[in-house]
Design a protein. Structure first.
Length: 397
């Protein structure tokens, strides 16, 4: 299968989540991603549970479709091999602590001397500059420091971490986008460049208008539960048997009259306190009792049927199993099987990339540690079986 990035060669030095998520996206789009791991140990995420049939499902979820090559970068011969591979690579991705690549003698300037077209992408918690650059960082740390926890959760509740690794995932997306942009620019200039993506920067960038509202109005954003800070109603409501999400965003079509009819409160249509989304937000305390009382009178499915018939955006609050079974998710082929070389079939989340000619999706499960070492060294560097065995005996691979 030919993907949009077929022919692109990526050397992946990343571990755990942020970096591997980025390189997994590149792999899904057809790039050849060589995951370089420490001999015998590998990516520390290989030990993360739950373990199913000897395979870390955590590692599986972030490293599908990649090739694993073991290489000791702390040995001169290992670094020499890496630099040889860099001459053929298009992209290097690393999420080591800033300064690590310099200590190894594999910094951007060194690599670019032998391959000026290389895209050298560095991801880290706080970036390659600034007073925090050497600090360790994990998802929960940058979520806390980036402000998202202060605006997540119910009103007046303690800080809440979103249910996904938002700090890692957003940074991984930004890192992937930056790599694609640098590859596009290289088409014109013929030159590579260094990319510096910070998890904390990514948190600030992803906080959409929360920062702009504060910086220009002085209003301090706060946690609002499932509510939106500008539009109302734009949240979930408890029903007779569950919850339903409803969103009136104030588009070209004013759906407030229809919504009022649906909840059997047509008397609210012309109330000046509720004339538009912003006014309804400002007067939420007065409006909320009417909304909560109405939604508790019917089941979730009854509300979905009623609101959908009026084309009012709505949806159920699904559990993960319910999402996996959802007919729309199934129709979009978002849950697929991949074959693991040692443990058989596993179910994984498919790539969201949909292309008409060059579909993007996982080509395999996560690799066994060092599974492709010999094949990659042979294909990339033309090494013989004897040469590869010699490197293995010396502990270089």
């Amino acid at each position: 299968m030919v993907g949009t990035l077929s022919g692109l060669k990526v050397l992946d030095l990343t571990q755990v989540l942020f970096g591997p998520y980025c390189t997994m996206l590149l792999s899904d789009m057809g790039a050849e991603v060589i995951k370089i791991e420490r001999p015998a140990a590998g990516d520390i995420a290989r030990g993360n549970g739950p373990i199913v049939r000897g395979v870390s499902t955590y590692f599986l979820s972030l490293n599908r479709g990649k090739k694993s090559l073991t290489l000791s970068l702390d040995k001169p011969a290992g670094r020499a091999l890496f630099l040889q591979m860099c001459q053929q690579a298009d992209v290097i991705v690393s999420n080591f602590t800033p300064g690590t690549m310099e200590q190894l003698g594999l910094d951007y300037e060194t690599v670019a001397k032998s391959n000026p077209r290389i895209i050298y992408a560095l991801g880290s918690g706080f970036g390659q500059s600034g007073p925090y650059k050497s600090r360790p960082a994990y998802d929960v740390i940058v979520q806390a420091m980036g402000g998202v926890m202060s605006i997540t959760g119910e009103e007046n509740s303690p800080p809440v971490r979103p249910g996904i690794s938002y700090g890692d995932i957003t940074a991984g997306l930004f890192l992937c986008i930056a790599i694609l942009a640098a590859l596009q620019e290289r088409q014109t200039s013929g030159r590579g460049q260094l990319i510096d993506i910070s998890m904390l920067d990514s948190q600030v960038a992803a906080a959409e208008n929360a920062f702009v509202r504060y910086l220009n109005t002085g209003e301090i954003p706060r946690a609002l539960g499932t509510r939106h800070p500008v539009y109302t109603p734009f949240q979930t409501f408890p029903t007779k048997d569950g919850h339903v999400a409803v969103a009136l965003s104030g588009g070209l079509k004013d759906q407030w009259p229809l919504f009022c009819a649906a909840i059997n409160r047509v008397d609210l249509i012309d109330d000046p306190r509720f004339k538009d989304g912003w006014e309804r937000t400002r007067h939420y305390a007065e409006l909320a009792p009417f909304l909560y009382t109405a939604f508790r009178t019917r089941t979730t499915q009854e509300w979905l049927t009623e609101l959908a018939s009026m084309e009012i955006p709505c949806g159920p609050v699904n559990t993960i199993p319910e999402v996996a079974r959802d007919p729309q998710v199934q129709a979009r082929n978002m849950i697929i099987d991949v074959e693991h070389p040692a443990a058989g079939k596993f179910k994984v989340v498919n790539s969201p990339f949909k292309f008409s000619r060059t579909p993007g999706q996982p080509t395999a499960a996560s690799p066994e540690l060092g599974e492709h070492t010999a094949a990659v060294l042979s294909a990339w560097l033309g090494m013989s079986e004897a040469q590869i065995n010699n490197l293995r005996e010396k502990g270089i691979i």
